[in-house]
Design a protein around this ligand. Structure first.
Ligand code: PLP
Length: 490
């Protein structure tokens, strides 16, 4: 890489990205293209001769941008946010610049050590128990996604119980969660060889605000034990994907403890809010957990990807994920030196043994930069502002008798629906589906949906870094206008 060419081209790229952010409100938030649109616009083969950066950027503008859904648009209110920030962006840039592959300590000591320090900082902000810190038996590790986080802890929990009961008992292992749990858990069970019938998704309803009931869990476990099955894993959620339900960690944790089970807490979205003292109570009971995960790339100003996982006992994770094959040992090309004795004496962390892949990026840089360039106070203000904007939206919905808020708002998500003139469920579902399609096809905002108690429900998730009150008001106006038109046509 020629340093001067990098300087010239990277400056152009930064200008291009800055202009993108400057104009981001002018793009339709949800891409409006049809499947296969891009093949019609690009050549069949890669070029034989180099092209200029300007030509590529022109194509990005003309051909790529129409197929982009603009997650950083201030009018983006779908799913959960995926935050970017200048700090997160600069961290990504620096990581790309250094471009190391830090699978073990020696391959870049700073990458491993910074990750440990930054996750200890974050654990401190969240007031996590001491054993999640790298100075205790556990520690933190950055995974790509919450799905990878739940997979690796499920594997650790599975192997831990199988060491006790024998490998042949794998068909008897049972996993528990609520029916609101993210489907990443079922995927983890599928990969982890858990029998599909042994993944219990316990029913929730509006009487518990869609949180998992400890009584139901107790009953399910007792029933399974009575028929010779082996309960071994519970995944609770703080801030479910559907409606931000919060499972009662303390009560659930006591049940898992008395049954010798692994207790994982998935706070992929809502975990960030728990750095604010007024929201920390949502993870009360975390001291009962064996593992805890939050996505800094969702709502913590850290560019994708950065999913933070803490475990109480790092050895349980390592026992499952250490590559024990002879080939792997032969492939350890690193010359014997002080690192080996340190590694063998367990004095250094080799993060390759805490994750599925071998190679890993220097992701802690961007999280470190976010923490340093914002500071706790600004991060708290940032989160509180989104929660305030969601509260404002909730008030707007409540003031219009044609709409209804259908689940309690805890963080920055509002679940609501438009009420049909007839009571029939089919009619209500169709009306809300039509409303979603109508507003999203304007390109002026993007919202998503869920299904709660069988009812098609609209979700308005505030969380894009550029969103201000005016964007919420404008979005509400579009929703009202489209609802009026649909209601009139009935
Ligand atoms: N868990 C929860 C509560 C989520 O909301 C999501 C995604 O929205 C996930 C897990 C999956 O996240 P990821 O894409 O990081 O695997």
């Amino acid at each position: 890489m020629d340093a001067e060419q990098l300087r010239e081209n990277a400056h152009k790229m930064v200008d291009f990205i800055a202009d993108y952010y400057k104009n981001i409100e002018n793009f339709p938030v949800l891409s409006q293209v049809q499947p296969g649109y891009l093949r019609k616009l690009l050549p069949d083969s890669a070029p034989n001769r180099p092209e200029s950066l300007q030509d590529v950027l022109d194509d990005v503008q003309a051909k790529i941008f129409p197929g982009v859904t603009h997650w950083q648009s201030p009018d983006y209110f779908a799913y959960y946010p995926s935050n970017s920030s200048i700090a997160g962006f600069l961290g990504e840039m620096l990581s790309a610049g250094i471009n190391m592959v830090g699978f073990s300590w020696i391959t870049s000591p700073a990458a491993t050590e910074l990750e440990m320090i930054v996750l200890d900082w974050l654990a401190k902000l969240l007031k996590l128990p001491d054993y999640f810190f790298s100075t205790g038996q556990g520690g933190g590790v950055i995974q790509g996604t919450a799905s990878e986080a739940v997979l690796v802890v499920l594997l650790a929990a599975r192997d831990k119980v199988l060491r006790r009961v024998g490998k042949d008992a794998i068909g008897k292992l049972v996993v528990y969660a609520s029916d609101q749990t993210h489907s990443a858990l079922q995927k983890a069970c599928q990969i982890g060889g858990i029998h599909p019938e042994n993944c219990r998704l316990l029913k929730t309803d509006s009487s518990t605000d869609y949180a998992l009931s400890p009584e139901l869990l107790n009953e399910a476990i007792s029933h399974d034990v009575a028929v010779g099955l082996i309960p071994f894993f519970l995944c609770a959620t703080v801030g479910t994907t559907s409606s931000t339900a919060v499972d009662p960690l303390l009560a659930l944790g006591k049940i898992t403890k008395s049954n010798g089970m692994w207790f994982h807490v998935d706070a992929a979205y809502a975990g960030s809010a728990c750095i604010c003292p007024e929201f920390r109570h949502y993870i009360d009971g975390i001291e009962e957990a064996d593992s805890f995960n939050m996505n800094a790339h969702k709502w913590f100003l850290t560019n994708f990807d950065c999913s933070v996982l803490w475990v109480k006992d790092r050895n349980a994770l390592i026992q499952s994920l250490l590559n024990k094959s002879r080939v792997s040992k032969k492939q350890t090309f690193v010359p014997r030196n002080t690192y080996h004795s340190a590694s063998e004496a367990n004095m250094v962390v080799d993060y390759k043994d805490w994750q599925i892949p071998l190679g890993r990026r220097f992701r802690s840089l961007k999280l470190w930069m976010v923490l340093r360039l914002y500071g706790l106070e600004n991060l708290q203000c940032y989160l509180r502002n989104h929660i305030q904007l969601a509260k404002h939206f909730e008030e707007l919905v409540s003031q219009d008798s044609r709409f209804k808020v259908v689940a309690p708002r805890k963080f920055s998500l509002v679940c609501f629906c438009v009420l049909p003139p007839c009571d029939k469920e089919d009619c209500a579902n169709k009306l809300n589906r039509d409303l979603l399609d109508a507003v999203n096809s304007t390109g002026k905002l993007f919202i998503s949906h869920t299904v709660l108690s069988g009812k098609y429900t609209l979700r308005f998730a505030v969380g894009a870094p550029l969103t201000e009150e005016r964007h919420v008001n404008e979005a509400w106006k579009v929703l009202q206008d489209k609802a009026s038109a649909l209601l009139q046509s009935l």
